[in-house]
Write a protein that binds this ligand. Structure first.
Ligand code: ADP
Length: 407
């Protein structure tokens, strides 16, 4: 059997097709610029002889329905799937599940309505995710569509961690609380970390750091998320590519009152013009590393603020957890930037955290690895994330679970 994973954005659909017997990727690709005059379709697949093939076409793809049609037609033409009945499930990434969804869920009408109900909490993401779900349910009603939520892993947080110090009615009537995101990634790397530590996830105390364009830290006690840095939206917490992360909320009033900025302008400023981009004019960490090496002071500051913020969260979450087995770095920056890893853990030797410089210098080694010294009480791990695989396996497990329950 196979599982198709779809990540539907506002103008794009990314996909991966997995074999369930060994979880190998048979095909992956993306439709981009949906609705524009010329959309882009990229695909890579393994043919019957085991040879990897690629294609890249530009043509009009007016809607998500047309995009998904195109993906399935191409998978069939390239003989990656014969019949649609080979699909055990279609896993959909859904950004916000609110408080309603604590695990992967097979989608029916009630689930669609519940996802729609939390759309005000993720107005940019949930409508596009829903669009993908509705299309696959219409086109392939015989294949279970499974929603896998970015927020679900964090639903184990205690209320002391998820409630803000705001008037109670804002929570009771409007569900304003911390939800957290990147849950699929934090969960995936936590499971891999447990395997590397050689103990069950249920016994692990971890701090997982997902550092990509978006970035978040999670405290994991006995395998469960007990705190995370993103909040009601993905704007809170660490310094990100273009998002500010934590700041004094009074800055918003200041911008409105003294600079006369409208709310939409402030939203844009904090989401798209801040973070690394705001500090040094560039949001690509590779470029920032190069600039800093060439002596650019703003690039140096961007790295410094980013690492400082990560270190603050490590300290806070260590205190929350009391005991720590490992810190895990993942995401494009976490997996690749030895500078950020080094600076975030610098000076933490008294907490039992000591990075080995040679292991931290990744060279050609890009896989899962331990970068702490043998004496370091807390292991520091680098684990490439694989959100698509996690979605595929969770979607498959959800359908197998239902099949078992109905036997
Ligand atoms: P997204 O959140 O969009 O999935 P990624 O996880 O791909 O993002 O991370 C993107 C970030 O990772 C960018 O800032 C990019 O510069 C950074 N990155 C990727 N490769 C490297 C590298 N070799 N060294 C430093 N940073 C890197």
């Amino acid at each position: 059997m196979k599982v198709l994973v779809l990540n539907s954005g506002s103008s794009s659909i990314k996909y991966q097709l997995f074999e369930t017997h060994d979880w190998a990727v048979r095909a992956h690709g993306a439709v981009a610029r949906i609705g524009e005059a010329l959309s882009e379709f990229k695909e890579s697949w393994v043919d019957a002889d085991g040879t990897r093939q690629t294609q890249h076409v530009e043509r009009a793809i007016p809607s998500h329905r047309a995009g998904i049609d195109h993906i399935i037609a191409s998978l069939r033409t390239n003989r990656v799937i014969g019949d649609i009945s080979e699909l055990a499930a279609i896993g959909h990434r859904v950004v916000h599940g609110g408080e309603h969804f604590k695990s992967p869920t097979i989608v029916d009408e009630a689930v669609v309505a519940a996802i729609r109900a939390v759309t005000p909490l993720a107005p940019l993401h949930n409508p596009a995710n829903l669009e993908g779900i509705e299309v696959t349910r219409r086109l392939f009603p015989q294949v279970p569509s499974v929603a896998v939520f970015d927020t679900a892993f964090h639903q184990t947080m205690p209320r002391t961690a998820y409630r803000y110090a705001l008037p109670e009615w804002l929570y009771l009537e409007h569900r304003i609380r911390r939800y957290g995101f990147h849950g699929t990634s934090h969960h995936y790397v936590a499971k891999r970390a447990a395997a590397m530590l050689g103990k069950p996830l249920e016994d692990c105390h971890l701090i997982t750091l997902h550092l990509g364009n978006g970035a978040s830290a999670t405290a994991i006690r006995d395998g469960n998320s007990v705190d995370t840095s993103m909040g009601l939206t993905p704007l809170e917490g660490l310094v990100m590519g273009t998002r500010s992360g934590d700041l004094d909320p009074a800055i918003l009033f200041y911008l409105a009152k003294n600079l006369g900025l409208e709310m939409t302008a402030i939203e844009d400023l904090l989401n798209r013009q801040s973070g690394l981009l705001g500090i040094c004019g560039v949001n690509d960490m590779r470029e920032i590393d190069r600039m800093a090496e060439d002596g650019d002071d703003r690039a140096e500051l961007a790295i410094g603020i980013t690492a400082h913020r990560i270190k603050k969260y490590i300290g806070a979450y260590y205190a929350e957890l009391g005991r720590l087995d490992a810190i895990v770095f993942t995401g494009g920056i976490g997996e690749n930037s030895m500078e950020i890893r080094c600076r975030a853990c610098e000076g933490l030797e008294t907490l039992g955290i000591k990075i080995d410089d040679r292991s931290n210098f990744c060279g050609e080694h890009r896989g899962e690895r331990c970068i702490s010294t043998p004496e370091s009480q807390v292991r520091v791990l680098v684990i490439p994330t694989n959100e698509e695989l996690e979605i595929a396996q969770q979607a498959f497990d959800a359908t197998v679970g239902v099949a078992r329950a109905t036997q």
